[in-house]
Write a protein that binds this ligand. Structure first.
Ligand code: 6GU
Length: 269
């Protein structure tokens, strides 16, 4: 996988990506990261890349030409027209499914905006995938690009040394991950759940699955509709709902939504 990042802050990208698992994958040539400074393609005396928006309004826009030339400097080296991700709160929300899909590409370009955005015309010409990382506003696309590259990288074969860990984690089955414990057996008077010390693998798996269902019901009830729960597990979700009625109403509502969705499916069988 070769990442190409078009940015006004190339050092931010390079400093951020050379650590830990991603750094090791780069040493092993499983990944490359190139940061292209858009300012290098501003062919005016002051290397200016921004200007006022037509029609007025707050802030400055990145101009089309330097962005286009930076993109072209990368795209012209590649055989096929590369998928180009534009980081923007107006994009499709990034998720694990998108990470798995983008990890199949040989090259990916990330276009990071700053100021109030980028002239729409260059976006129309080069962007294939406008992507947001969630419903909040950041000052630029660099952190979102790094978030995406991290999530995509760990789906590239060979990057994770423990191959299994790419699968049995949060979201792979639309359930959150179960809690984990290591030594010592008791810490701050908190004991490790006894089932984990029992050596009974079947019971351990059962306990972990149940914990995943409980966590998902508590923190991410919106995921339950997509998770494949057994009738017994739906029963558990119902019981949790009874317990939470006295708690925050919005959570209860979301749980109710998930339960209603499941009941509709049951009726259709
Ligand atoms: Cl991709 N960019 C910016 N500027 N803010 C964001 C975002 C992206 N995703 C969420 N907030």
């Amino acid at each position: 996988m070769n990442f190409h990042v078009l940015t006004l802050f190339p050092e931010m990208i390079l400093d951020g990506m050379h650590t830990s698992i991603i750094g090791r994958a780069m040493e092993k040539d499983l990944l490359t990261i190139e940061a292209v400074n858009i300012r290098d393609f501003a062919f005016n005396k002051h290397q200016k890349v921004d200007d006022y928006p037509y029609g007025g309004g707050a802030g400055m826009l990145m101009q089309a030409e330097p962005v286009y030339l930076a993109w072209e400097s990368v795209a012209s080296k590649l055989a096929a027209r590369p998928r180009t991700v534009y980081l923007t709160p107006q994009g499709k929300v990034f998720d694990q499914k998108m990470a798995v899909e983008l990890a199949q590409e040989e090259d990916l370009i990330f276009l990071c905006g700053h100021y109030e955005g980028i002239d729409e015309r260059v976006l129309e010409e080069v962007v294939t995938d406008p992507v947001s990382i969630g419903d909040y506003v950041l000052t630029g696309g660099e952190l979102p690009a790094m978030v995406m590259m991290d999530a995509i990288s760990r789906m590239v074969p060979g990057v994770l040394t423990n191959a299994a860990s790419g699968e049995s984690e949060s979201f792979s089955e639309n359930l959150l991950e179960y809690p984990q414990y290591s030594r010592p057996e008791v810490w701050h008077e908190r004991a490790v759940p006894p089932v984990l010390l029992s050596g009974h693998h079947e019971n351990v798996d059962k306990w972990r699955r149940e914990q995943s269902v409980i966590r998902t019901a508590m923190y991410r009830p919106d995921l339950l509709g997509k998770a494949k729960l057994s009738p017994k597990e739906w029963q558990l979700v119902h019981e949790l709902k009874k317990k939470t009625v006295t708690e925050k109403e919005s959570e209860t509502e979301q749980l109710q939504k998930a339960i209603s969705g499941q009941e509709e499916k049951d009726e259709n069988i």
